[in-house]
Design a protein around this ligand. Structure first.
Ligand code: BGC
Ligand code: MG
Length: 551
């Protein structure tokens, strides 16, 4: 057991300001959650209307994907004004109302800051690209071409092609890790850092409880612009980009995850710490060193509170050996790291489809997430057990999907409108034609139908979340003794007052498992957990939880 785990053991209850530690966060993709004005696009007022539904889930916080002013080339992840709401989503006043009402219901509100890049429509870029000697000339990453006119180095954009775009006014290239309309800010320039910290302060002053920080390890690039080395085929993995994307052919050693980032994260944390009970959740996208970077960024209490990794957002299923490998690595790289796990989000195929799970397995995975050490993120519709929607090419919106179609269909299949009411037009999402089609298959699992059945997936998620909250050992306790027994994953969580033993069969064969002996009692039976004495045979998708009070 490592040092941080020991610290966790001595804390029986966490401070109120530590709501984020082991907290359950519900991710809202605002375009697709609830439309309030019939334009077919979800908005802030729509979210406010649904706050009771979210509070009833029992989650601690919501994270709202970007709603700032944007030309929407990457659906809000291309910001043209960090301090205003896009009219499509409403107004700043609408956001204030949302924030107040969420707080009144006991929900924390995290917003999504996209600091690594802006939209090319941001006034900063307007100045920067005009010529080489304006006050913001080095706010973005500008570089001369090679003598033969080609880009300065071999860096690739995740969304396809070179990471460099030519700008005829400056006779230079600028860097973009995503679309060419998402120019990368130059964090080596202190004024850029200052301007972004001012943005964070603006929202902290308004009262937001924290930030989800988009692509947090992309902030800095190598200032010598060295070429990325090629990655041997056997080391490639598709955790952050699909296999058909040549982005996987490089080790992104120089284009991201630079050491200078640490000092900036410490500035951001110092600013956040000026306010009570706020939290930073960084998104770490790195296919080779994700866990190591998570460790660097969340160790101690001067950097980020938690980091969001891609390990369980992958195509690779969450099997017992894989989970053990991930946690062993995390322990080895940084025992005091604080991860935030997600199985689904707005960037990946929904996990029910990605891992081909039946309902029993979806239920089991929900309980597993509530038992693992770390914070947890649920993505809208996950609590209904939704599968990926099928969006035909003619209806595609995501430029990433259009670029790599048909081998990779992009992210629209997980972004279709939330299904609220089985019988309503557009499933209760909007009175107008939705921006992406509602999935008729998903409508079968609309909220109203699942609400009416006490045994439904929705009620199961509520109970799983409640179980986590009822056992502080599961929320913020130490985790130890992780083992793989055939297809079964077992581990223990504990704090000063209680220990919880967890066993999950994540495979396809039945497996007998020895249970701890002594004063242990079975918990989680209301979730379908198995009973057993001495040992239990767990069939696929079954699990067993036991708890023991500590003297
Ligand atoms: C977001 C994506 C976005 C990208 C560029 C991310 O990882 O989650 O949705 O396209 O950053 O901002
Ligand atoms: Mg609307």
């Amino acid at each position: 057991m490592n040092v941080q785990n020991t610290v966790e053991l001595s804390k029986s209850t966490k401070a109120k300001s530590e709501w984020w530690r082991g907290g359950v966060i519900y991710q809202i993709y605002p375009r697709s959650f609830q439309d309030s004005n019939g334009d077919g696009i979800g908005d802030l007022k729509g979210i406010t209307q649904r706050l009771d539904y979210i509070a009833d889930l029992g989650v601690d916080a919501i994270w709202i994907s970007p709603f700032f002013k944007s030309p929407m080339k990457d659906f809000g992840y291309d910001v043209s004004d960090y301090r205003d709401v896009d009219p499509m989503f409403g107004s700043l006043e609408d956001f204030r109302v949302l924030l107040d009402q969420a707080h009144a219901k006991g929900l924390k509100v995290m917003i999504d800051l996209v600091l690594s890049h802006t939209s090319d429509q941001h006034p900063w870029f307007g100045e920067s690209h005009a010529n080489r000697d304006n006050p913001k000339s080095d706010w973005y990453v500008w570089a001369d071409p090679k003598p033969d006119g080609t880009p300065p180095n071999n860096w690739l954009s995740i969304f396809g092609g070179s990471a460099w775009q030519w700008e005829p006014r400056r006779l230079q290239y600028y860097l973009h890790n995503f679309l060419s309309s998402q120019p990368d800010l130059n964090f080596h320039c202190t004024e850029v850092q200052d301007a972004l910290l001012d943005v964070a302060r603006f929202w902290l002053e308004m009262g937001v409880d924290g930030f989800r920080l988009d692509t947090i390890n992309f902030y800095f690039h190598d200032k010598y612009l060295r070429d990325n080395p090629a990655l041997p085929a056997e080391e490639r993995n598709a955790s952050i980009a699909p296999t058909v994307n040549p982005y996987n052919h490089q080790d992104h050693h120089y284009s991201k995850s630079q050491p200078e980032n640490i000092a900036f994260l410490e500035r951001l944390r110092a600013l956040t710490d000026e306010y009570e009970g706020r939290a930073c959740l960084g998104e770490v996208g790195d296919a080779q060193r994700g866990l190591e970077i998570m460790g660097q960024y969340t160790s101690g209490d001067q950097r980020m509170h938690m980091c969001y990794a891609f390990e369980f957002l992958e195509k690779r299923a969450l099997t017992a050996p894989y989970a053990k490998q991930v946690f062993d690595q995390l322990e080895e790289k940084a025992g005091d790291a604080w991860p935030c796990w997600a199985f689904s989000n707005h960037d990946v195929e929904r996990h029910a489809s990605r891992w081909d799970l039946n309902d029993a397995a979806i239920r089991q995975h929900a309980v597993l997430m509530m038992c693992l050490r770390g914070s947890a993120c649920l993505y809208q519709g996950e609590e209904l057990g939704l599968h990926e929607a099928d969006v035909p090419f003619e209806k595609l919106q995501d430029p990433y999907g259009i670029e790599f179609w048909p081998e990779f269909k992009g992210r629209d299949g997980c972004r279709t409108p939330m299904v609220w009411a089985t019988q309503d037009e557009h499933s209760g999402f909007s009175t107008g034609e939705p921006w992406l089609p509602v999935s008729t298959a998903q409508t079968e699992r609309a909220v109203d139908r699942l609400e009416a059945n006490d045994q439904s997936m929705l009620h199961h998620y509520r109970r799983a979340i409640a179980l986590r909250h009822a056992h502080p050992a599961l929320t913020s306790g130490a985790q130890s003794n992780m083992k793989q027994i055939g297809p079964v994953l077992t581990f223990q969580r504990e704090d000063a007052s209680e220990a919880v033993f967890c066993a999950f069969n994540l495979g396809t064969e039945a497996q007998r498992v020895d249970l701890p002996l002594g004063d242990w009692r079975v918990i989680g039976q209301e979730l379908g957990g198995s009973d057993g004495a001495g040992s239990v045979t767990l069939h696929p998708a079954q699990f067993c939880l036991m708890a023991k009070d500590k003297g």
